[in-house]
Design a protein around this ligand. Structure first.
Ligand code: NAP
Length: 259
């Protein structure tokens, strides 16, 4: 992760807020965590397996003058999520104000014949069950503050409907409905719920993959960078977006329009 290029502007727009980013040991989560910290948030860096990578995220944030701590928890497990939110609030001495539901497990491409219910459930565990568990766990704190921002990381696959990827597409589609329903329910409590739908954003796991064909199809003619998602997340998390809720923001170089 080379943060130097994008590490210029520190607005302080998230000062005093505690953010919990799931799956922040690498990939988009690391960049999102870094960006939120850059704008002043204290950040809980969640991970499941790779302690060293999570500590590296924390180290990058600390080096840049930010505040972060790493917390291990499998966010698909109810007891672990409850423990995670308790640990995070105790460690930082305040409630979570920003929740980013970002973590993902493996995303196998399967034909319908190759798919079984377990394959669908695997995706629903990450993109429906985990956000539900996490949101329920942070809600008392957000309601007490009369404020909060929940950001679900979706995907452009909802609009594209990619073949041989239906378990992932289905689970990401469910996130859209969940976002809108939660926004309606939680708006009166001052809590905003939005979704960011990234296009293909190469991260560590895509190393060596040729992105040029995909990039050529996009109006903006380049593949996305993790910073593009991180910037959108910081915006939606901040008071700059105080009148925005229930929305799906595509960050994909114009590959799709509307949802
Ligand atoms: N990158 C893209 O092109 C792209 C495009 C559209 C949407 N998205 C979405 O963006 C999000 C991030 O994707 P990514 O590409 O950055 O993923 P990634 O690089 O594979 O990172 C996944 C993260 O999730 C964590 N994780 C895995 N299982 C977990 C569990 N049970 N509990 C808690 N954390 C767990 C991993 O932690 P460990 O390291 O500890 O395993 C890791 O930090 C996902 O929701 C994905 O669907 C990505």
């Amino acid at each position: 992760m080379d943060t130097r290029e994008h590490n210029q502007e520190r607005t302080g727009k998230l000062q005093g807020k505690l953010a919990l980013v799931t799956g922040a040991s690498r990939g988009l989560g690391r960049w999102i965590a870094f960006e939120l910290a850059k704008h002043g948030a204290a950040v809980a860096v969640n991970y499941a397996n790779n302690h060293q990578d999570a500590e590296q995220t924390v180290g990058l944030i600390a080096e840049a003058g930010g505040t972060a701590m790493a917390f291990r928890a499998d966010i698909t497990k109810e007891a672990e999520v409850a423990g995670l939110v308790q640990e995070v609030t105790t460690a930082f001495g305040r409630s979570v104000a920003i929740l980013v539901n970002n973590a993902t497990g493996p995303q196998p491409m399967l034909s319908i014949e190759e798919s079984d219910w377990a394959a669908y459930m695997d995706q629903l565990e990450f993109f429906v069950k985990a956000p539900l568990l996490l949101t329920k766990a942070v809600l008392p704190g957000m309601k007490a503050q009369g404020k909060g921002s929940i950001i679900n990381i979706g995907s452009e696959v909802v609009q594209l409907g990619n073949a041989r990827f239906s378990s992932y597409v289905t689970a990401k589609s469910a996130m859209v409905g969940m976002t809108r329903s939660w926004a309606n329910e939680l708006g009166p409590a001052g809590i905003r719920v939005n979704l960011i739908a990234p296009g293909w954003i190469p991260v560590e796991r895509h190393e060596g993959v040729d992105t040029s064909d995909y990039a050529r199809t996009l109006p903006l003619q380049r593949v996305g960078e993790p910073q593009d998602i991180a910037s959108a997340t910081a915006f939606l998390a901040s008071d700059e977006a105080r009148f925005i809720t229930g929305q799906c923001l595509s960050v994909n170089g114009g590959n799709t329009f509307g949802i």
